[in-house]
Design a protein around this ligand. Structure first.
Ligand code: E4P
Length: 217
């Protein structure tokens, strides 16, 4: 499973990138706002840092305007994935931009039928939002499972990009089901490395190393 990092914070991306954990980046207007940066500038910096797909989201609502914005975003770098909302206009824009050979990430997906439409419109990625479904007492993971089945039934090549990941359990479940990609905030990705038994075991090893006077260099 590929790991995308869901942030527009350059330092956080750079730190994770140094460990080989970043196969791509996703942003959205809320994350750009949080960064306090200009969308074109910060997206360019991210693209210079990361070689995998970098999703940058349009802010227009009408298909023609989305296409214009998508083309402008795609000019930033070759690894831009234009992020479009899963609306009828978004699907129209997806068909046009994917037809031009641009990567498209269709976002705000909350049903398997929406995912089916995005695949038919030529999306490179579909972003089902797990956490936001869990927030309203539905099971986001059921959606990932349904999309996996449907895409496999028909051989769609659109990659399932599990989004709105809030916990390490979400990551593990996505990997078990077979999501192609997951995107998570840096804190969640870093938390994947932690386990209380690792901490406990290391504490003992360090104590024993000190009392035995073990020195390596
Ligand atoms: C990713 O593409 C989405 O923008 C993001 O995962 C949304 O996450 P949230 O529901 O935690 O805001």
């Amino acid at each position: 499973m590929k790991f995308f990092v869901d942030t527009a914070e350059i330092d956080a991306i750079a730190e994770l990138n140094d460990t080989g954990m970043v196969d791509g980046v996703t942003t959205n207007p809320s994350l750009i706002k949080k960064s306090g940066r200009d969308i074109l500038e910060v997206t360019k910096e991210i693209c210079d840092l990361v070689s995998g797909p970098v999703s940058a989201e349009v802010v227009a609502l009408e298909a023609d305007a989305m296409i214009t914005e998508g083309r402008k975003l795609a000019e930033i770098a070759e690894n831009i994935a234009v992020k479009l909302p899963l609306t009828w206009d978004g699907l129209k824009a997806c068909k046009v931009l994917s037809g031009e050979g641009k990567m498209v990430n269709v976002t705000l997906c909350f049903s398997a039928n929406q995912a089916l439409l995005a695949a038919k419109a030529g999306a490179s990625f579909i972003s089902p939002f797990i956490g936001r479904l869990d927030d309203i007492n539905l099971d986001g993971m059921d959606l990932i499972e349904d999309i996996r089945t449907i895409y496999d039934n028909y051989g769609f090549e659109t990659e399932i990009l599990a989004a709105s990941i809030r916990s390490v359990n979400h990551v593990q479940e996505c990997a078990r089901i077979g999501a192609d990609v997951m995107t998570a905030p840096p804190e969640v990705i870093k938390k994947l490395a932690t386990h209380p038994l690792t901490d406990k075991g290391l504490e003992t090893f360090m104590k024993d190393a000190a009392s035995a006077g073990i020195k390596i260099v």
